[in-house]
Design a protein around this ligand. Structure first.
Ligand code: SF4
Length: 435
């Protein structure tokens, strides 16, 4: 095997966090009522990414309504997700749900020969009636092979929150990935859905650096990236604990890094990969310098609007820690509370180290208590879900919908300014209304 060079000097040094960071800071753990979307929501961005896949939610009318509102007012001639509605007679056990599901899938695949990968997505109702979707997926896969691969995962609100749906989806893809032979040259695997425009930018940067790269999920299900002991895995999203574990089970090695938000995060993320592939510091600096300069210039304009303003994060997308690091270090915002649905200490170690000491960190939610803390902090800006935003606006607080941060292209140098603008816009709007 080609050995991976070990570098004593990091390619890119970061200034330490004020007060020594939050690596060992206490975390307030709450397990009360929570206000977070379920994992079905991930279908909104996953169906755009894997272009020959279809997501069939096996759920209720509530699930169908959630998907329609989360996806906005999108009218498709040929949509790539739908809900197979479980009716009352299914819930009462009066019909054979498996037979009905087989009929729905057959109708769908006959009408849509463009579908090459079908996900059966579990929901609360399918779990309540204990519909075994993994057996259904096996049965249907055998029936429709080799034309269509059928997989299943759960997006139910009982098992998953919001972005965990993507984790469950990608984890179910991992056993399907072909093997990367042990004698192959090392390859980088970027894991996590990125908007196509962002993926293209990163692909160009890795190419310029001389790092061979593939992406998971791929745009076509027939082009699944191989994985093996020569795979070096770089996470593009912080909510992929199960997927990373499954990839490590196939031999991939995780490259610890910041997440690619802002100029600093993007540079550190690229540097983690470049170091693992033995790229020289001079070459790394030459390739990244133009992007870094563009990002810094864009952020300079935003800093005048955001510096000194305080921000409170309700737990929602698991992007909260990397966003808080970006806002505090590159835009001089003040962090009051940073909440996350789940804190993966391993994957977020670099982020924790760069948060200013004294930042209040919380994991999970007890929504009433958190609302009290938010009111007491009276932040300039509150990042929260749709359900909390309107009441908080009515109380005079400026809010930012967390869901927008997941649906928008925010990673990389050329998106750094747009990402900052997502936070400055609500403040600007309130200022104008007040004037
Ligand atoms: Fe609601 Fe559960 Fe359906 Fe999600 S999966 S929309 S939480 S019923």
């Amino acid at each position: 095997n080609a050995p991976i060079p070990i570098h004593v000097q990091p390619l890119h040094e970061l200034p330490p966090a004020a007060g020594g960071g939050c690596s060992s800071a206490p975390v307030l753990r709450e397990r009360g009522q929570r206000e977070v979307f379920c994992g079905l929501t991930g279908i909104v961005w996953l169906h755009r990414k894997i272009q020959d896949a279809f997501f069939l939610i096996v759920g209720s009318r509530t699930c169908a309504h959630l998907m329609q509102s989360a996806a906005g007012v999108m009218i498709f001639a040929e949509p790539r997700f739908a809900t197979a509605i479980i009716e009352e007679r299914d819930l009462a056990g009066l019909a054979d749900a498996n037979e009905e599901l087989d009929r729905v899938v057959e109708r769908l695949l006959t009408r849509r020969p463009d579908i090459k990968l079908l996900f059966l997505v579990g929901s609360c109702p399918s779990e309540v009636i204990k519909l075994d979707l993994s057996r259904a997926a096996q049965r249907l896969s055998q029936r429709f092979t080799p034309g269509v691969r059928v997989l299943n995962y759960s997006g139910s609100g009982i098992e998953t929150t919001f972005t965990q749906g993507e984790d469950a989806c990608l984890a179910t893809l991992v056993p399907e990935l072909p093997a990367l032979p042990a004698e192959a040259a090392p390859e980088l695997l970027v894991v996590g859905t990125l908007a196509d425009v962002v993926e293209d930018q990163f692909a160009r940067l890795f190419q310029a650096l001389g790092v061979p790269v593939r992406f998971l999920p791929p745009r076509q299900s027939r082009a699944l990236p191989p994985v093996g002991p020569q795979t070096r895995m770089l996470l593009a999203q912080p909510f992929l604990g199960d997927t990373a574990r499954a990839l490590e089970g196939r031999g991939a090695r995780h490259l610890p890094a910041l997440f690619p938000l802002g100029e600093e995060g993007t540079t550190a993320w690229l540097a983690a990969a470049a170091e693992a592939f033995g790229i020289s510091r001079e070459h790394f600096d030459a390739v990244t310098a133009p992007g870094r300069a563009r990002a810094r210039a864009a952020l300079e304009r935003q800093r005048t609007l955001l510096a000194g303003r305080s921000i409170f994060f309700f737990p929602d997308s698991q992007l909260e820690l990397p966003l808080a690091r970006f806002l505090s270090r590159e835009l001089d915002m003040r962090l009051t509370e940073v909440g996350t649905p789940y804190l993966h200490r391993g994957h977020l170690a670099a982020e924790l180290a760069l948060l200013p000491a004294g930042t209040r960190l919380s994991e999970g939610q007890d929504v009433d208590r958190q609302l009290d803390r938010c009111r007491a902090a009276a932040p300039d800006l509150t990042v929260c879900g749709l359900g909390l935003a309107n009441p908080l606006e009515a109380e005079g607080l400026s809010t930012k919908w967390a869901i927008e941060l997941v649906f928008s292209p925010i990673q990389g140098y050329d998106q750094a300014g747009d990402l900052a603008a997502l936070f400055s816009r609500p403040l600007d709007r309130r200022q104008r209304l007040a004037a």
